[in-house]
Design a protein around this ligand. Structure first.
Ligand code: HEC
Length: 171
């Protein structure tokens, strides 16, 4: 082997090194471009929009007062323990057959309901379930979710329903 061929080989390996560096750089540029595209892609934007939509949907849920005799009620900041005890008793007698306090049963669990629904909606659902499951959007969805088994009207008075609402505040 002569000196010439050695020099040639060195030149070739140098060229290959250069080539591989260039191709790596190219790959990097392509990867960056794709990353930018993903970040600004319309899908990503719709994701953000969906989050906003969900938040407004939640606000609408708690603003929905339902359909029935209860138009507006204000809750005192302190919970009325006497009323809670009354409500708990009525719940045991008239509701517990279908509602376990913290587990889904024949109907949904009331635990946490004060965060999901407005107080008016809850009382209207108790006092006027037949019309609610026909006309109120949330109650209609609930009826579907619970396989079309409707909640019967338990014929409570407004006072009894109010006591149950106070009890729900403690769950
Ligand atoms: C025969 C079974 C049954 C009885 C008894 C019953 N419920 Fe229901 N309840 C349901 C079902 C099922 C639903 C879900 C909606 C539907 O399918 O109509 C429901 C829904 C509800 C909801 C809405 C829950 C939510 O997460 O939005 C409230 C509030 C409620 N019931 C309160 C009561 C109260 C208070 C009583 C007692 C006075 C009672 N229910 C008695 C079956 C019953």
């Amino acid at each position: 082997m002569g000196i010439c061929s050695k020099i040639k080989r060195k030149k070739i390996t140098k060229k290959m090194k250069k080539l591989s560096i260039i191709s790596m750089l190219l790959l990097l540029v392509i990867a960056c471009k794709e990353y930018k595209q993903v970040i600004s892609s319309p899908e990503n934007k719709t994701l953000k929009e969906e989050v906003v939509q969900e938040e407004t949907a939640n606000a609408e849920l708690t603003q929905n007062k339902g359909i029935g005799p209860i138009k507006s009620i204000t809750l005192a900041s302190e919970i009325d323990q006497e009323l809670v005890t009354k409500g708990e008793e009525i719940h045991k007698l008239m509701c517990a057959a279908c509602h376990k306090t913290d587990k889904r049963y024949i109907g949904p669990a009331p635990a946490g309901i004060m965060e999901r629904r407005s107080p008016e909606w809850i009382m209207n659902m108790i006092l006027n379930p037949d019309q609610m499951v026909k006309e109120d959007p949330i109650a209609k969805d609930l009826l579907m979710e619970f396989n079309g088994s409707p909640m019967n009207n338990q014929n409570l008075t407004e006072e009894q329903a109010r006591a149950i609402l106070e009890y729900f505040r403690t769950l």
